[in-house]
Design a protein around this ligand. Structure first.
Ligand code: PEP
Length: 248
């Protein structure tokens, strides 16, 4: 039987509400794909709009971050409670851009993961080593530390995205599937050691040319796509290719 996989995207700080609506309409006009759970992480400004349009079609919608508190004097922050109120069922937590630019730490990732779980949101926790950590042979130790911190918040219900920092963004190339396979296997072992069975997705420069290998060769439970999915037709094509790879 074909594995059921997940294909999702974060739009990061992209798209006005009109652009978000057009993206949703394009996805909804495309043929349905069996065997894939789709999810989209729009910016907060489009969260309710995207949830209203996509959730009836079975596409999950998530926030790109949530605060660890439910309410209070935290200017600029959005809580898991508020994200859920806008229709989110998932929360992306600990993306390397947030770790790098917004001071995210393993401790805040753990607290945010706990907040997401408290409100019934599926946390998708991003973990990944930098190029320097990879070159120092420390990738698995970094992944183990980051994953343990997230899984300590609750061994059930957490999903992990393995996103090597050096593979993300313009000018980067995706990881070699064999390299990703080894890291994903290590993450599964870390999860097993704490009694968790977290699905592990791969993210980092995934596109139409590379996506199938992360399902077929790297053994990922799905892919998390950035810039290649800003066009809904490309997102759909990536999902179609991943489903085909999982069906083999
Ligand atoms: C990401 O940052 O999570 C990501 C996968 O981005 P990109 O695909 O653009 O490298």
């Amino acid at each position: 039987m074909a594995r059921r996989i997940r294909v999702g995207t974060s739009w990061k700080m992209n798209k006005t509400r009109a652009e978000a609506a057009a993206w949703c309409d394009a996805l909804l006009a495309a043929p349905r794909i069996d065997g894939v759970d789709l999810f989209v992480m729009p910016p907060f400004t489009a969260l309710a709009l995207v949830a209203d349009r996509l959730r009836p079609a079975g596409v999950a919608v998530g926030a790109q971050d949530v605060h660890w508190e439910d309410a209070g004097a935290w200017t600029g922050a959005i809580s898991a409670l508020q994200a859920k109120d806008c229709g989110a069922t998932m929360a992306e937590i600990g993306h390397s851009e947030r770790r790098r630019w917004f001071g995210e730490t393993d401790e805040t990732v753990a607290a945010k993961t706990a907040a997401a779980l408290r409100h019934g949101l599926t946390p998708l926790v991003c973990v990944g080593e930098t190029a320097a950590e990879r070159d120092a042979g420390a990738a698995d130790a970094v992944l183990d530390r980051q994953a343990r911190a997230a899984l300590a918040a609750g061994p059930a219900g957490v999903a992990l995205a393995y996103e090597p920092v050096w593979a993300i963004g313009v000018g980067a190339a995706s990881a070699d599937p064999a390299y990703a396979r080894a890291r994903i296997a290590e993450l599964r072992e870390t999860a097993a050691r704490v009694g968790a069975a977290a699905p592990v997705l791969y993210g980092g420069s995934v596109d139409e040319a590379t996506c199938a290998a992360f399902i077929a060769d790297a053994g990922a439970d799905g892919v998390f796509v950035g810039r290649a999915a800003l066009d809904a037709r490309r997102f759909h094509e990536i999902a179609r290719l991943c489903a085909a790879a999982a069906a083999v």
